[in-house]
Every structure is written in structure tokens, then in C-alpha cells.
Design a protein around this ligand. Structure first.
Ligand SMILES: [Zn+2]
Length: 151
């Protein structure tokens, strides 16, 4: 697990779109932009749809996906990350095709695989939440089906 008390460099939020995305993670929600005209999904948040130029809307989607690709960080000189090596950074593909990068936790690095099922969770720092990913357990999948939301 990530210790929210450890000081970390945080995203520099310069626009309302990014703020909505990161704020949602403080509530354990994943919101992704969806275009009402062409139906496209996109991430990271932008003022217009990258396919057709329409103003997209945020929609909450399940914070679950699969590892599309990953890397293992074995060398890092900067605090606090240097105390956490080795660690995995994953690119997660959601069901809608959107890809989101983040750190993988709660998983030995030798067990990380492309295609593994993961779930996202937010760790709050001030007024924003940073997304992390962890392996999805059978229990969690069942809970999501029952509740239809993010545990
Ligand atoms: Zn569009």
C-alpha cells in the first residue's frame, strides 16, 4: 500500500478537466471523458474530443481493467521513490479501450503480467487523488457485481 503521509511530487493541475479527474479519485471514482457526438472515449482529459472536436462529458466507469504493458523500476534516486524500488508501473486498459498509467501495488514484481486483471484505487493527497492499481481478486469481482460500484 502507498503511505499517503509520505510527501510525493504531485500532478501540476492547470485546468478544470484534469481537476475533475483527480478530484474523482479522492472519492474512489474513475471518470473518463466520453464524446456525445462520436462516442469516443479519451484520457487524459482535454477541452475537446480528439476525434471530432466536440466538448466531451465525464462519465464514471468501473475502475477495473487489464495490464496492457508495464515496466519495473529498479533504479530511482529521488525520494520517496528510491525507498520503494523495485516497483511496477503499469499501463492499464479499461473495457472502453482507454489506457491509464499508474503504479501497481500489492503484487510481487515477479508476478506482474500483461493481461492481468487489476482494479484502481485513489490515494488522497490534499484535494486530489492519485490513482494506483492492484491485482483484482475473485472476491473483489464478486463484490463489484453485487454492488455495481467501486469498493
Ligand atoms: Zn467526438
Amino acid at each position: 500500500m502507498i503511505d499517503p503521509e509520505v510527501e510525493r511530487p504531485l500532478p501540476w493541475i492547470t485546468d478544470e478537466f484534469s481537476r475533475e479527474y483527480f478530484t474523482a479519485w479522492t472519492e474512489q471514482r474513475l471518470v473518463v471523458q466520453h464524446c456525445p457526438r462520436c462516442g469516443g472515449w479519451q484520457h487524459f482529459p482535454r477541452p475537446i474530443c480528439i476525434e471530432c472536436g466536440t466538448v466531451p462529458v465525464f462519465e464514471e466507469v468501473p475502475a477495473i481493467g487489464t495490464v496492457y504493458t508495464f515496466t519495473i523500476i529498479r533504479q530511482m534516486g529521488m525520494k520517496p521513490f528510491r525507498d520503494e524500488v523495485p516497483y511496477a508501473v503499469v499501463m492499464v486498459e479499461l473495457d472502453n479501450g482507454v489506457k491509464i498509467m499508474g503504479n501497481l501495488t500489492d503484487c510481487p514484481i515477479e508476478d506482474v503480467r500483461i493481461g492481468m486483471a487489476v482494479e484502481g484505487y485513489g490515494v488522497t493527497h490534499g484535494d486530489i487523488g492519485i490513482p494506483y492499481w492492484r491485482p483484482r481478486s475473485a472476491d473483489t469481482r464478486h463484490a463489484r457485481t453485487e454492488e455495481g460500484g467501486i469498493a
